[in-house]
Design a protein around this ligand. Structure first.
Ligand code: BGC
Length: 766
């Protein structure tokens, strides 16, 4: 036993474990007995705590002290330091590195009355030092193993750096590409988001070993539905959308054992999420049986005053505590007011106990009580961060995340010998932008640029021209006026490079910091003068492969119409350039599929495949007239739909079969399809299954993804892919306000994209 403080409860918990094991419940499983022992340990700690110490556990502070510098003596830092020494800080965020974590943990463990360890959190969103593709990109891989591996790598580096807890995964279903944070989630579909949420929770948390961290599922709930796609804006969604679209990934992550949740900045039904008892108590903790704790989003408790939901910070704290928000991230609401609120009878001590139990439980689950320095091992830190196998892991998922949008003249894959290739665009030579928006522990300039990736292939002659800048400056908090770069002085050089080339690779898109939190956009085209650059170069040489690097769907109608080849390469992380080069040269055959629809214009946004039918057009109603749901100046369809993505192989679908025309409560049907790779290259295809519930107690989407299989199909081979449909598949949140399957008629669709027309009918009778 390395842990010296609190002999009472350590001994007590040991005794209780013995008692628990000797009860008549002989069939108790090992897991359950571990659970019981943790709950008893938690209770024995709680019994020792004063009210102030309990409130302290509910208080989280941002990092405030460089441990190499002098001890803070004034201002907020001094206050935080004092609180830490009193045992009034349960958690810290943004402290990283074994040295700093150890120093602060030592204060918590050795200088406070009870020595309860602090839990250290950090936004390890898509990698720590070795950076993975942004989550939206990873979602395009539809490869759960690769995604789980990527989360494992992130967790291993973070844990080696002293951290215990990541504020990920973000599972907000996103339909609005204007919202900058679409890069942080898995796109527009609840099912895909759910599958990925589970993979990421497993990847981060593993079996709570020394290379794992606790996950934090966020933002609970509705945050991505900000009006006009403007971050932090008001949210107003129906109960139907909340339950059928927004909540499923949260439920899946909770079921997968995620240890913590984060609430959100927005309001829901007029009640800010941080003060929302329905979300946090009724739904999450009671209905779903979530045993972990909920942390507020940064300052969101205090922001309830700005929302007009509390008259001051004290009332915010009261509302948040009563609503089940267990930990206060940087609002100072709990630490300042909560003990008083309990003494005044405005918040019951039972509620405080419930919150503290949850927090202590997570600390026990992570093993911090057994060894508060479990994550503080300098040798491990040195040998883990940046490991070669991690580079290979992020390269693997980066390749899988790339989506081939167009390849008309078979310009791709590139020939490996004897070609003159012009590479154009500031983003082609950028070693920072590919690291994306959430890469706060990675060093600038550590990504492989596209140019470097291409230069690793020696057989061709490469000329590079910048053409135009996409952004200036690199501070995370700079305002985005820099998006309007206007300098065209590099156009001439780009045109000259293009004229002498067989193939032109234009790398255009968004700077890594033009997406992410607070980076909403009202236009979704290529920022700055990049569109003009593209069209100018096209006049000189139309043999263009456009490589997009961006964190959200973009509107690129001109490129889609005119260019022979387009590759969506997102912000792919540390190994970006290598991944892109391997795909362009055909050493990796692209297999990614879009996790979000690409709109034709901003006017179509929000646009998503799983929309509802409307009354117009109704069945058989002509669409020649004007009185139906459409635009008079544009098609309704997206430029590229959800689930879409090409390959260097060609896949042909045929022979869709259902095993029976209907099924009941305790039976099921199978649906199969033949997928032929009619090309001469081996490839991978994401075979997708959608259903349409034709009529129900509440209206249902025209299509809903219900399953998929990522399958390798050799050149010339035909594979039969089979799925099962049972009552679980067709469940939804009905007019009875519960999840259930309703009898009725359905269609099943299978294909390589959400716009597949291959369908068969089935029905459900219960
Ligand atoms: C974000 C969260 C993040 C937190 C801590 C907030 O502004 O909304 O997603 O985890 O900051 O950095």
């Amino acid at each position: 036993m390395k842990y010296k403080k609190l002999p009472f409860y350590v001994v007590a918990s040991g005794l209780l474990l013995v008692l628990a094991c000797s009860t008549p419940k002989q069939n108790i499983t090992a897991v359950n007995s571990k659970e019981i022992s943790i709950d008893r340990k938690v209770d024995s700690v709680l019994a020792l705590m004063t009210l102030e110490e309990k409130v302290g556990q509910m208080n989280q502070y941002n990092g405030f002290w460089e441990v190499t510098g002098p001890v803070p003596e004034e201002g907020t830092a001094a206050l935080k330091y004092e609180h830490l020494k009193k045992g009034w800080v349960g958690s810290m965020l943004n402290v990283k590195g074994v040295k700093d974590v150890r120093a602060l943990q030592k204060i918590a463990v050795e200088e406070t009355r009870l020595g309860i360890p602090v839990i250290f959190g950090f936004d390890v969103i898509h990698g720590y030092k070795t950076i993975s593709p942004v989550p939206l990109a990873e979602a395009a891989s539809w490869d759960m193993e690769a995604i789980e591996r990527s989360a494992q790598i992130a967790a291993a580096e973070a844990a080696a750096s002293g951290l215990n807890w990541t504020f990920a995964p973000m599972v907000d279903v996103s339909r609005d590409a204007r919202w900058g944070r679409v890069m942080e989630g898995a796109g527009e579909d609840p099912y895909l988001n759910s599958r990925i949420a589970v993979a990421r929770v497993h990847g981060f948390q593993g079996n709570f070993g020394e290379f794992n961290v606790a996950a934090c599922v966020k933002h609970f709930a509705g945050y991505s539905f900000a009006e006009s796609g403007r971050d932090y804006n008001t949210v107003d969604v129906s109960n139907n959308t909340l339950h059928n679209i927004i909540l499923p990934p949260f439920k899946a992550a909770s079921d997968a054992g995620a240890l913590t949740f984060m609430n959100s900045f927005n309001e829901l039904e007029g009640i800010p999420a941080t003060g929302n008892p329905y979300l946090q108590r009724t739904l999450l903790k009671e209905d779903w049986g979530f045993k972990g704790f909920v942390v507020s989003d940064w300052g969101s408790m205090g922001e309830m005053v700005s929302h007009g939901y509390a008259k001051d910070l004290k009332e915010s704290a009261e509302r948040a505590a009563n609503a089940g928000s267990d930990m206060d991230m940087e609002s100072y609401g709990y630490i300042t007011h909560l003990a008083k609120l309990v003494n005044e009878g405005k918040v019951s001590e039972d509620k405080i106990d419930d919150a503290v139990r949850r927090i202590l439980r997570v600390k026990f689950m992570l093993g911090l009580f057994e060894d508060p320095y479990k994550y503080c091992n300098e040798a491990r830190e040195l040998e883990t961060i940046g490991k070669k196998e991690f580079q290979e892991g992020v390269l693997d998922v980066a390749k899988k995340s790339i989506v081939l949008l167009k390849n008309d003249k078979n310009l791709l894959p590139l020939k490996k010998q004897g070609q003159k290739i012009a590479v154009i665009g500031a983003l082609a030579n950028d070693k920072t932008s590919p690291l994306g928006s959430w890469r706060i522990a990675a060093d600038d300039g550590t990504a492989i640029s596209v140019l470097e990736g291409l230069q690793n292939y020696k057989g061709n002659q490469i000329t590079y021209a910048k053409g135009a800048d996409v952004a200036v400056g690199k501070t995370v908090f700079a305002s985005e006026t820099r998006i309007n770069m206007t300098d065209k002085s590099g156009f001439g050089e780009a045109v000259t490079a293009a004229k002498g080339a067989d193939v032109v690779i234009m790398v255009l898109g968004e700077h890594g910091l033009q997406t992410g939190e607070g980076r909403s956009r009202s236009e979704l085209g290529l920022p700055g003068v990049q569109q003009e650059l593209l069209e100018t170069v096209y006049k000189a040489n139309p043999n263009i492969v456009l490589v997009l690097t961006n964190g959200r769907p973009l509107t690129i109608p001109w490129a889609a119409e005119n260019l022979p080849a387009i590759v969506e390469a997102w912000h792919l992380g540390t190994q970006s350039g290598n991944a892109i080069a391997q795909v362009l040269y055909g050493d990796y055959n692209p297999s990614g599929k879009l996790p979000m629809s690409f709109p034709r214009s901003v006017g179509q946004v929000p646009i998503y495949y799983n929309h509802k039918s409307t009354g117009r057009p109704g069945n058989g109603q002509p669409t020649e007239s004007v009185f139906w749901s459409h635009y008079i100046d544009q098609d309704n369809s997206p430029l590229y739909p959800f689930g879409y993505g090409l390959s260097y192989s060609k896949f042909e679908y045929s022979n869709l079969k259902t095993s029976a025309a209907s099924f009941g409560k305790d039976s099921k049907i199978t649906v199969s399809v033949d997928v032929k790779n009619s090309s001469n290259v081996d490839g991978k295809e994401v075979v997708q299954l959608y259903i349409h519930d034709l009529f129900a107690s509440v209206t249902r989407p025209v299509k809903e993804l219900k399953n998929f299989e990522l399958t390798e199909i050799k050149a010339g081979e035909t594979k039969t892919v089979t799925f099962t449909i049972d009552s679980k598949t067709i469940e939804f949140y009905t007019a009875n306000n519960k999840w259930e399957a309703e009898p009725g008629d359905f269609k099943v669709f299978i294909g390589g994209s959400s716009d597949t027309k291959m369908e068969a009918p089935f029905s459900y009778t219960n």
